[in-house]
Design a protein around this ligand. Sequence first.
Ligand code: UGA
Length: 465
Amino acid sequence: MRIKKIFLFLTLATIYFLKSSHENFSFIKHKVCVIGTGYVGLVLGAGLADFGHKVICVDIDEKKINGLKKGIIPIYEKNLDDVVLRNIHNQSLQFSTHLSQAVQLCDIIFIAVGTPTGKNGEADISAVIAVAKSIAKSMNNHKIICIKSTVPIGTGKMIHKLIELETQPKITFDMASNPEFLREGVAIHDFFNPNRIVIGAESEKALSIMQEIYAPLLKKNVPFVKTDIITAETIKYASNAFLAVKISYINEIAQLCEQTDANIIDVALGMGLDERIGSKFLKPGPGFGGSCFPKDTLELLKKGESTGVQLKIVQAAIEVNQQQGLRVVKKLERLVDSLQGKNIAILGLAFKANTDDVRESPALKVIELLLEKGAIIKAYDPIAMENMKKNISNIYYAQTMEDALINADAAIILTEWDEFKNIDLTLIKRSLKKPIIIDTRNIINPTTANKLGITLENIGNAKFK
Ligand code: UGA
């Protein structure tokens, strides 16, 4: 009898606990449409589907959508295939080319199309505008329209007016801004474990629905920054530009270390342990690349110009970065005298490791300069060669690292792939005509290399312990 009572008590207590925790965390599933299936849209769509929402990802690229329907992922992004396949399977994630239909079926629309650099350095938002017009024409009931793409400060306001103007008959909607902070290569990890979620909204209703969208993260106590749209847009640019400044700053200090004989690795360590500075983004290298930092710093500079604010620090970060490729080539030139007719092995084409993305990759600049100086290039990258072929066709693409190295006059490491970190230095010694390496990612121990008779130059006179 006593045992029965205890059992009953425990059961009731469990039910009460589950009920009250459920009440604290009211999870409302939404029908979400994500327009644009690039790095941002695809990760967002798959992630939100994983949260339990019903998601339709839309793109005008029929080939891409047909592939995605079969689970073929168009980009190289760790673990993205698992999340996409899982959610296709449980029918939370669909793909479509029919924007209008998807918009009508959903209550929240994310715009996640590309905003590349335009002719004068400003971000080109023509795709965002085109999508906004299509949304306006498809409106059938109230929607939350959220801009996820990185758009120039003020775009949300402009898009609101545009949709208002183009929607006939008038249907109410709320705009929101929800900038993304995912890093390529670790985007899935970042999606589920963000440092913060920034939501810019123009109404309480939009704000509360956006919170419902990210409820599982709210539950995990991820900080939410709730603000207005223009401030959310500014947070995105200010964050990316700040990180770009940090990289250019350490690249400048690295130059100084090369002249003074200080060791950049210890300098970065000593600086980074100060919590006010922080250890991240203090790695010197061939310069920042990718689809974000170069584009966003330029756009921010333009925004400053058009509003009468000279953003000198951002400008300096861009200038230092633009010189970084030339500095790498000059390092090599000093070691080989002339580059004319020299065979140079390029190890790494992606703008950073763990991605196949070559947009604004330092490799583009370095290869262009080497070709101008008459060098012959043998390039190798574990993943990014197909993408680089679309940009540069007049170089030799090696099937293996060994193939790139054999009989080359020197090698330049441009991407910090594990394959290069674990490189067998005796292979380099055997393969190169003269064992010369420019290690722009500071991944090779110079002492070990020198012991083997390899001439190695890195960035900032890096010495390993
Ligand atoms: C960057 C931001 O880190 C993300 O938060 C943001 O969401 C994204 O842009 C975006 O706006 O969409 P990503 O471009 O994927 O992400 O790459 P990062 O890992 O930030 O690296 C950018 C560049 O800086 C790379 O070329 C990398 O090699 C370089 N870098 C980074 C350094 O040279 N040193 C460092 O210490 C860190």
